[in-house]
Design a protein around this ligand. Structure first.
Ligand code: DON
Length: 305
């Protein structure tokens, strides 16, 4: 495995020169575009890492999976899906267009920004600090890393420039999808996006999802199975935004990307995978990261389809 990962890393490295590092959140623009890192962890806990695996990257949209888990734990399935739909969009992740035109008026799914802000607004707790601590503590448990925290610079940078998300949130309050203090919900959303992880942290989280929410070593239930099934389904249908169909055909495993260049992928009952490559395509997905997963899937026959 280690040798195979090294070969895949070398064969995909040139792709880090394609695409662009995300600039619309100014602090993300500082990332080295030539980074590429891969970690694969199997069900026996063997860890295989190559490339830039020590560096931390913000989770960005990968955090949407975790907040969906918490919202489902707090509100139940009906409570969440009365506010947010279950269908893919075919539109970019930050699109505003269908919010007004669709009937009933609610975001199409929890993986686009509007749906994720609505989902985050459902997380219980008194005040931002307590609600953030609940998100962090679930991520620390899933990743087995008690040191996980957020990047203040990236958080403030998105908070200062996040007008599009701000307008989505206020619009959703206008149509009764988001209730309460919109600025607090937005603050929590910007904080969750700025939570920092390595590829190993991502691979550990993915491993628990691949094992239907049970810690593969201790067998402890970290997230109930019926919730993991929902989350894993969204990874397949909406995890790579409006490129999810192509990703399902080329790679064929549940995955979720973030604009920092991270991708978290899980192979049911087999592997948890974390990849990072900050140079993105025009849909907001890591170009080299997708190719790494495509190669890995081909060589190990990972597609679930
Ligand atoms: O809300 C945003 O725009 C970012 N914090 C997260 C978006 C994102 O990661 C989309 N991913 N590919």
């Amino acid at each position: 495995m280690q040798l195979m990962l090294q070969e895949i890393l070398e064969s995909c490295k040139h792709l880090t020169r394609k695409g662009q590092v995300a600039q619309y959140i100014p602090a993300l623009g500082d990332a080295r575009s030539d980074c590429l890192g891969i970690t694969v962890i199997d069900m026996n806990g063997h860890v295989f890492s190559v490339g830039d695996c020590q560096e931390k990257f913000t989770m960005q949209s990968v955090s949407k999976l975790i907040t969906l888990m918490l919202a489902l734990i707090d509100n139940g399935i009906d409570g969440v899906f009365s506010k947010v739909g279950m269908e893919p969009t075919g539109d970019p992740f930050n699109s505003i267009i269908k919010l007004e035109t669709l009937e009933p008026a609610k975001p199409l799914n929890p993986m686009i920004n509007a749906g994720a802000i609505a989902t985050t607004s459902l997380i219980k707790g008194s005040g931002t600090a307590e609600r953030l601590e609940r998100i962090l503590s679930l991520i620390r448990k899933l990743s087995k890393n008690p040191h996980i925290s957020y990047n203040e610079r990236v958080y403030l940078s998105e908070k200062e420039t996040g007008d599009r998300n701000r307008s989505l949130a206020y619009f959703m309050r206008g149509i009764d999808i988001v209730k309460g203090d919109v600025e607090e919900h937005l603050d929590l959303y910007f904080l969750q996006c700025a939570i920092e992880v390595t590829t190993r942290d991502l691979a550990n989280i993915a491993l628990c999802i691949a094992n239907m929410g049970k810690d593969p070593y201790t067998k402890e239930v970290v997230v109930p199975e019926h919730i993991v099934r929902i989350v894993k389904t969204f990874m397949v249908t909406c995890g790579m935004y409006d490129a999810s169909g192509e990703f399902a055909i080329r790679v064929g495993i549940p995955a979720k990307s973030g604009v920092s260049g991270v991708i978290m992928a899980c192979v049911p009952d087999r592997y948890g995978i974390g990849v990072v490559g900050p140079s993105l395509d025009d849909k907001g997905n890591s170009i080299a990261g997708i190719k790494v997963l495509e190669e890995l899937s081909k060589r190990l026959k990972l597609s679930i389809f």
